[in-house]
Unconditional design. Structure first.
Length: 95
């Protein structure tokens, strides 16, 4: 599989938007705070936000960090946006 085949730009954009809007522990987290909580390098997190990180665990850990906020009734639409982002990335790759 080519590197481009594993990129997920729509998911990356969704993650960037989630960080700007959703709160964790009552506040919006900075890039640095997310990196610290997830034990990620700044480079890895920036790759995630661009959809260029090919490893699964950073995305999984990010979603687990934001899961309580995603499950709040007022934020449920973000789950739909995540699904649409994943579907869009799959469609581009022809999956």
């Amino acid at each position: 599989m080519k590197h481009e085949d594993s990129e997920s730009p729509q998911l990356g954009m969704c993650i960037a938007r989630m960080q700007k809007v959703l709160k964790v522990d009552g506040r919006r987290l900075t890039n640095r705070e997310i990196c610290q909580r997830l034990h990620l390098s700044h480079t890895t997190y920036m790759e995630m936000k661009k959809g260029k990180q090919t490893k699964l665990y950073p995305y999984r850990d990010f979603l687990l960090l934001y899961l309580p906020a995603l499950l709040e009734e007022a934020n449920r639409h973000w789950l739909d946006e995540l699904v649409r982002s994943l579907e869009a990335d799959q469609k581009v790759r022809g999956l």
